[in-house]
Design a protein around this ligand. Structure first.
Ligand code: SF4
Length: 130
């Protein structure tokens, strides 16, 4: 149970009574690759309608959700997409999440844009990249 102020009353458990420790957060549905098994170009072509901006969680909404889950016992936050580095200002979101003090802050990326962002992400508090 979560109170409206985001404080936990009891930890989150799965159906087997085990604590839920990991939370994956998708920050975009877009990707600059078209891997066959994930986003085949026949389906995700130029006319494909990705989610409009209004339906994407803002950084403030992501931070609020993450804060609630951390209060419930989550100890690993992983940012994903699509390709998360396509989301403008991702290092700022990483900084906000790092301030929550969760044990592990990670990013899943295809790596194509990593060279341009790695230093800022590390400085913001990112701990791991897959
Ligand atoms: S999200 Fe990953 S698997 Fe999917 S198209 Fe992009 S790079 Fe490929």
């Amino acid at each position: 149970m979560v109170r409206l102020d985001g404080m936990a009353e009891a930890p989150l458990l799965d159906g087997m009574g085990r604590p839920l420790r990991d939370l994956r957060i998708s920050v975009t549905d877009r990707c600059n690759f078209r891997c066959r098994y994930c986003m085949p170009k026949e389906h995700f072509g130029p006319g494909f309608k990705f989610l409009p901006k209004a339906e994407i969680l803002s950084f403030e909404e992501v931070e609020r959700i993450a804060r609630i889950f951390v209060a419930l016992g989550v100890r690993k936050l992983r940012l994903t997409g699509g390709e998360p580095l396509l989301r403008n200002g991702l290092a700022e979101l990483v900084r906000q999440l790092a301030e929550l003090g969760s044990a592990d802050l990670a990013l899943t990326t295809n790596g194509s844009l990593l060279a341009a962002h790695a230093e800022a992400l590390r400085r913001a508090g990112l701990g791991r990249i897959t």
